[in-house]
Ligand binder design. Structure first.
Ligand SMILES: C[S@@+](CC[C@H](N)C(=O)[O-])C[C@H]1O[C@@H](n2cnc3c(N)ncnc32)[C@H](O)[C@@H]1O
Length: 262
């Protein structure tokens, strides 16, 4: 059976109430296929924040992504009472490199972890164009985010993830990634994570099937829910900033320092 026909049969079965929900592994593979499509699909390049594509034909608008998050990084350092680190950072889902080009001005090493090779390649092109030599791309199988733990040797000073959690294939998946963040960070290391939160309309809540149709709002956490999740995963929430028009919540987090380090 072709993939299109198989999906058609599954969706028909779901409508009749005789087909189960897709497994976590299947949703992860659907996500990987979707984001890998930026190699051929202009709409996915726009969604992946590639400079010059769609909305990002406006260069200033594209630059504002990284500048905004860099300003939040400095606010996070102030909150944590820490001097801005300059060593190693990791961005989960760097897309076309809008954050990378700003953070590369600060960090010696920029590790990009993504399920899309095409997006990692574009991020690499942007960094190369500015003469940056510290890029380490890490392409992972979407169904195995923990594989990053073996691929990234040294601890990191900053974990950054913006405009990705809402596209993750489920809340449990986001928990797995947050655990990876805590495991990768050095004690006292910082994390800036943005998630989407649901509104009153049920359509803005998390989804459980049909990844491609629901990609824009697949996963949403209530603010207190993600705050608690981060804590359970080993990250200390310092503050949260809401951007109501997008229902974005930015969490300012740190991995607790080891005893005697503060
Ligand atoms: C909307 S773009 C965001 C790019 C960048 N973070 C920014 O804020 O400009 C989403 C990126 O996340 C990647 N992505 C989606 N799901 C992912 C996952 N489960 N793990 C890692 N990367 C993922 C996509 O391939 C894409 O590069």
């Amino acid at each position: 059976m072709t993939r299109g026909l198989a999906e058609h049969v599954r969706s028909f079965g779901r409508r009749l109430g005789i087909a189960g929900r897709p497994s976590a592994g299947r949703l992860a593979r659907d996500a990987q296929r979707y984001w890998s499509g930026s190699s051929t699909d202009a709409c996915r390049r726009d969604l992946s924040h590639w400079a010059g594509e769609g909305r990002w034909a406006d260069q200033d608008r594209w630059r504002r992504i990284g500048r905004t998050h860099l300003a939040m990084f400095h606010a996070l350092c102030d909150l944590a009472g820490a001097a801005p680190p300059r060593g190693r950072m990791l961005e989960w889902g760097p897309g076309g490199g809008a954050n990378a080009v700003c953070f590369a001005e600060v960090f010696e090493t920029f590790i990009g972890v993504d399920i899309s090779q095409a997006n990692l390649d574009e991020c690499g092109r942007q960094l190369e164009a500015m003469g940056y030599g510290g890029f380490e791309p890490v392409h992972i199988e979407a169904a195995a985010p923990e594989s990053v733990l073996d691929r990234v040797g040294e601890p990191i000073d900053l974990f950054l993830c913006t405009a990705v959690y809402q596209h993750m294939p489920g809340k449990e998946y986001g928990r797995r990634v947050t655990r990876c963040a805590a495991a990768l960070l050095a004690p006292g290391g910082l994390a800036l994570i943005q998630t989407r939160y649901p509104g009153d309309d049920p359509a803005t809540g998390s989804k459980c099937d049909d990844y491609e149709r629901n990609v824009l709002q697949f996963t949403a956490y209530r603010v207190e829910e993600f705050w608690a999740l981060a804590r359970e995963c080993g990250l200390e929430p310092l503050a949260v900033r809401l951007v109501e028009q997008d229902r974005y919540a930015y969490y300012f987090l740190r991995k607790p320092p080891e005893d005697g380090d503060e």
